[in-house]
Design a binder for this molecule. Structure first.
Ligand SMILES: Nc1ncnc2c1ncn2[C@@H]1O[C@H](COP(=O)(O)OP(=O)(O)OP(=O)(O)O)[C@@H](O)[C@H]1O
Length: 227
């Protein structure tokens, strides 16, 4: 699903070396954590996969195709095929949970006739079917994050990128969100989670990639937090 071939990212202007000669492969259907101290390069990794940043050297491939070959409209289409969940998932405050999730289908051009079944299924996956009429303000932070996950998966993306998805959550909500991400993975979606949450990485073991100062220093197939 993702291949990095000797990828270096040095940000223009500041010249910061965010990723340094990183090579790795993440297969279809895998669940992988990306861990590392602040500034280690986790978000930069995500930005490269989303083609929000371009490698200074090396090559990034997604679904077997080099991102070099994606331009303009195709880049936009590629991004739409990736679900993203971030720490601060801003739901639209005037829309209820259902409409927030449906909004993702509207922008991807899915026919309106398909919305009810798909939105309901996505809300069911995150355990919030019963809260579909709730506005974001009426939901806990953990529930809001789960709506954000429903929004990210409603268009059935083959790949889900989650950058600090539990960053704002207490331990109980963090575990709920992690379980939801695991369920999404069990349905076949490749899931990559960048996180600082040592307890989650230790409790819910998956392949763990460790970055240190932009270098990939560990790749543990059975997980474990080794910072
Ligand atoms: N747009 C940018 N321009 C210049 N430097 C940047 C930019 N974004 C990130 N950096 C730098 O690149 C390095 C890697 O940052 P990155 O955000 O990828 O780390 P991170 O592991 O995600 O950190 P955190 O856990 O704090 O989010 C850091 O030194 C950071 O200051």
């Amino acid at each position: 699903m993702i291949q990095f071939h000797s990828v270096t990212l040095s940000y223009p202007i500041t010249g910061t070396l965010a990723l340094d000669d990183v090579s790795l492969q993440i297969g279809k259907g895998e669940f992988a954590y990306l861990v590392g101290h602040s500034g280690a390069g986790k978000s930069s990794f995500m930005n490269l996969v989303l083609k929000r940043a371009l490698p200074t050297r090396g090559e990034v491939m997604v679904a077997g195709m080099s991102l070099k070959h994606y331009r303009g409209r195709r880049t936009a289409l590629l991004r739409r095929r990736m679900g993203t969940v971030f720490q601060d998932n801003l739901l639209l405050s005037h829309l209820n949970a259902y409409d927030n999730v449906a909004f993702a289908l509207r922008v991807t051009g899915v026919h309106q006739r398909e919305w009810p079944s798909r939105v309901t299924a996505a809300l069911r996956t995150v355990g919030l079917e019963h809260k579909k009429y709730a506005l974001p303000v009426q939901l806990s932070q953990g529930e809001q994050q789960r709506v954000a996950i429903a929004r990210a998966i409603v268009s059935d993306p083959p790949l889900l990128l989650a950058d600090e998805p539990t960053g704002n959550l207490d331990p109980e909500n963090s575990r709920e969100v992690l379980k939801v991400l695991q369920n999404v993975n069990l349905r076949g979606t490749t899931v990559i989670v960048a996180t600082h949450a040592r307890d989650l990485v230790e409790s819910y073991r998956h392949r763990t990639l460790t970055l240190r100062k932009g270098k990939l220093v560990r790749d543990d197939p059975y997980g474990g937090y080794a910072l």
